[in-house]
Design a protein around this ligand. Structure first.
Ligand code: NAI
Length: 260
């Protein structure tokens, strides 16, 4: 890769905060941000699980700090950004990744279960994005917010009425913030992944049923790999995506264009 191209995708000199960095997509992309030169704030409720990710980033020559964060709690979000700023300066890039994903039937879902889904997967994304934007505007700095939505924010699936509703909200939030924050040089985009094996998918795709689903529903007939989210994330986070805002990048093996 030429130096100019590598520089475009570089996150050198940036502070990147990743929510839900203790596992899965968040832990993986936090390591990628470190490799791309960023100072990385690893934010999660399970702080003890951040230690390994932080060590990996530092072993590769990067800088990382684990902070406690519950996206459903305003005080916790503000405190995480305070710690980030004290250690590495204003957060330039946010990967809004924290989420939950339990399947529930629509006739059985309770008030508490519905609220819990919206509280984490939609309100949490809004809260973190707003907090990041307020601080960027105050510091008069440009920034990039990358929200992890889902193909289930664009289509629907059995057992996921609450999840699909929250993720559709993330997509509309992404577009609304892109519109209103552009004047502050803050870009807001989303990635809509298809299925990737993580703690959230809980081994389902190892089962015969899961394998049959992949064969039938995904044009590429396989799961996505964590590595396949690296390019989309770096594009949106770095100067390579400097004219992109309000975009929703599907990374789904073609599932969203599956034949009806
Ligand atoms: P995961 O379960 O490994 O990661 C989710 C992370 O969010 C965990 O570290 C969890 O502790 C954290 N989290 C949950 N509630 C939180 C809260 N209140 N405050 C702070 N952190 C919290 O699962 P995965 O797959 O890595 O999920 C990451 C994101 O990707 C989620 O938003 C999910 O909806 C989305 N996604 C995942 C897909 C998949 O197939 N794995 C497909 C499409 C979207």
């Amino acid at each position: 890769m030429s130096t100019e191209i590598a520089e475009q995708f570089s996150l050198a000199g940036r502070t990147v905060l990743v929510t839900g960095a203790s596992s899965g997509i968040g832990a993986h992309l936090a390591r990628v941000a470190g490799r791309a030169g960023a100072r990385v704030i690893l934010a999660a409720r399970r702080v003890e699980r951040l230690q390994q990710v932080a060590e990996d980033i530092e072993w590769e020559g990067g800088k990382a700090l684990g902070v406690s964060l519950d996206v459903t709690d305003r005080a916790s979000v503000e405190a995480a950004f305070d710690s980030a700023e004290a250690a590495f300066g204003v957060v330039d890039v946010v990967l809004n990744n924290a989420g939950i994903g339990n399947g529930l039937r629509p006739l059985e879902i309770t008030e508490e279960e519905w609220r819990a889904m919206l509280a984490t997967n939609l309100d949490g994304v809004w809260r973190v994005a707003q907090c990041a934007a307020q601080r960027l505007v105050k510091a008069e700095r440009p920034g990039s917010i990358v929200n992890i939505a889902s193909m289930l924010g664009l289509r629907v699936g059995n057992g996921y009425s609450h999840y699909c509703t929250a993720k559709a909200g993330v997509i509309q939030l992404t577009k609304s913030l892109a519109l209103e924050l552009a004047r502050y040089r803050i870009r807001v985009n989303a990635i809509a992944p298809g299925y990737v094996a993580t703690e959230m998918t809980d081994g389902y795709f190892d089962s015969e049923k899961g394998q049959a689903y992949l064969r039938n529903a995904v044009p590429m007939r396989r799961l996505g790999r964590l590595e396949e989210l690296e390019g989309p994330f770096l594009l949106l986070a770095s100067e390579a995506g400097s004219y992109m805002s309000g975009a929703v990048l599907a990374v789904d093996g073609g599932q969203l264009v599956g034949s009806l």
